[in-house]
Every structure is written in C-alpha cells, then in structure tokens.
Write a protein that binds this ligand. Structure first.
Ligand SMILES: O=C(O)CCC(=O)C(=O)O
Ligand SMILES: [Fe+2]
Length: 261
C-alpha cells in the first residue's frame, strides 16, 4: 500500500474521515507553513536547552528526547493545538450521543529522534487491555517538523490494524508484517487512531527527526476516573493538606515526569 496523502488546501473532510476509518491514519500535507515550522523548531530548541541546563530534560530513550507539557511552556502551542481542522476531525472521531464536550487534550509534547535512535516498540496509544472496544478512546496527531524520510525515523504504521481489536505483540515478527513508513515533508500532519499499530522508526540518517505529538482522548474517561476533579478543587482548599496516601489515591502523582513543569 502507498501512503494516501491529502492536501490541506483542498480538503474534503468526509473523504479524509473515510480514509481515517479505513486505514487508521491520514496524512495532511502543507498543514504548517515553513515559517511556522521554523518558529516551532526554534522554540522547542530553546525549551530543550533550558531543561538540559536545569538538569530536568527528559530522555525518552538512547538518542531520543522529549519536551513535555508544551501548552504550559509557550503560548504558541495553544494556537497550534486548537487548530480548527484538528478540532473538526476530533469532533468527528469522538462523536457520540452526548451533550458534553467530546474530547480533551491528553498530552502535547515535542519528540526529537536523533541519529542512532532505535525503532520504538510496535504499540498502540490507547492504554487499555485486549479486547479493544469498537469505539474511540484516543487519537493522535503527529506534526512533522522535519521531512520524514526512509532513513531518519519516520513513523511506521500497519494500515488497517486499528480494526484488529487487539494490541500488537512486539516480539511477534508476524505482527510487523505490512509495516509502512510514512514519508512526508515537514509541515505535514499525520492523524492516527489510538488503536493503530505503529512506532517511530529507527533513525539511520545523520539528521534529527523532530515532531510534535498531540494526543486527544475521549472525555468519557476523564469522567470515569475524575468525576469530582478532586485535584483541581484541592487548590482552593487552604484549610488543610490531604495525606500523601490520599493525594496519590486521587491521582496527585499522575503524569509527573522529568521536565514536565
Ligand atoms: O514519533 C513517532 O513517530 C511516534 C511516537 C509514538 O508513537 C509515541 O510516542 O507514542
Ligand atoms: Fe505512539
């Protein structure tokens, strides 16, 4: 299969969604201008070097770095992640019979896959056990800040695997059959189903492969594990501090990583 690409300038949303549902991913070219890509790369480089200086930089793996929690680090990322086209696609992906807001941003981070980085394990982005439900829990956006080539660690996907109803087994070579490298120019946006089998490829080139990873999740799951939103309300509670055990129980330690602040 060849990667099917759409151009954002002449986009038919229904056609794009159809392709997303068939293959589990889509590629939109010319999503970001060269100027924006360059600005984003400069901001990320500056954030990362500040974190390195403070000794809080997040090392994802050998030759792979991340800058987490971008929306709390620069206003530029609020503009990017609230993009109208992304919102339209997410509204459709998470559509269901509810009057509530349908999805939330789960994470927005920068990924630097440097020369020598190994391939990620084949995985899905939805952290639930088999069998996978037929309805959407997560969807991801990969914002290309460099050309994704056959050598520099382009994302690899198994087209159609979002419908297999199970997680891939990384040790099972047959689960890697049909793995397709998504080669596309900087400024493109890849949207992936939270059930799509995929990984960052190995970077066997001499150049870094940078991307933003913006992950969205169905609001139903926040409702389930955070009905009272106890953590946020705790900031108004100046009378006492809950016990450490209780803080952990309400999720107070969730999502804390090096460089997250
Ligand atoms: O960077 C990529 O190509 C994919 C990253 C990814 O799949 C992840 O971190 O979950
Ligand atoms: Fe992933």
């Amino acid at each position: 299969m060849e990667v099917q690409k759409f151009n954002v300038v002449s986009l038919d949303v229904a056609e794009v969604l159809d392709s997303y549902r068939t293959f589990g991913f889509i590629v939109l070219e010319d999503f970001l201008t060269k100027e924006i890509v360059s600005t984003v790369n400069n901001v990320i480089a500056s954030l990362h070097s500040q974190e390195v200086e403070k000794n809080i930089a997040y090392k994802y793996a050998e030759n792979a770095d991340r800058v987490w929690n971008l929306v709390n680090k620069h206003l530029l990322f609020s503009d990017l992640i609230t993009n109208a086209m992304v919102s339209t696609l997410m509204e459709a992906i998470f559509d269901r019979d509810t009057s509530h807001q349908k999805f939330f941003l789960s994470s927005f981070q920068a990924s630097m896959v440097r020369p020598g980085a190994k391939a990620q394990a084949l995985h899905i982005d939805t952290p639930v056990p088999n069998p996978l439900p037929p309805w959407e829990i997560k969807a991801n956006t990969i914002w290309l800040l460099d050309d994704f080539t056959d050598k520099n660690g382009a994302t690899e996907v198994v087209p159609g695997s979002h419908r297999y109803g199970r997680r891939p087994v990384n040790a099972d070579l047959s689960d890697h059959l049909g793995l397709l490298k998504v080669e596309a120019p900087a400024g493109s946006l890849i949207v992936t189903s939270g059930y799509l089998w995929h990984r960052a490829g190995p970077n066997e080139s001499q150049v870094v492969r940078r991307a933003l990873l913006g992950s969205f999740a169905s609001s139903a799951f926040r409702e389930i594990s955070s009905e009272e939103d106890i953590i946020r309300k705790s900031f108004d509670n100046t009378n006492f501090k809950m016990s450490e055990a209780c803080w952990k129980l309400v999720g107070g330690l969730h999502g804390i990583k090096s460089g997250i602040k």
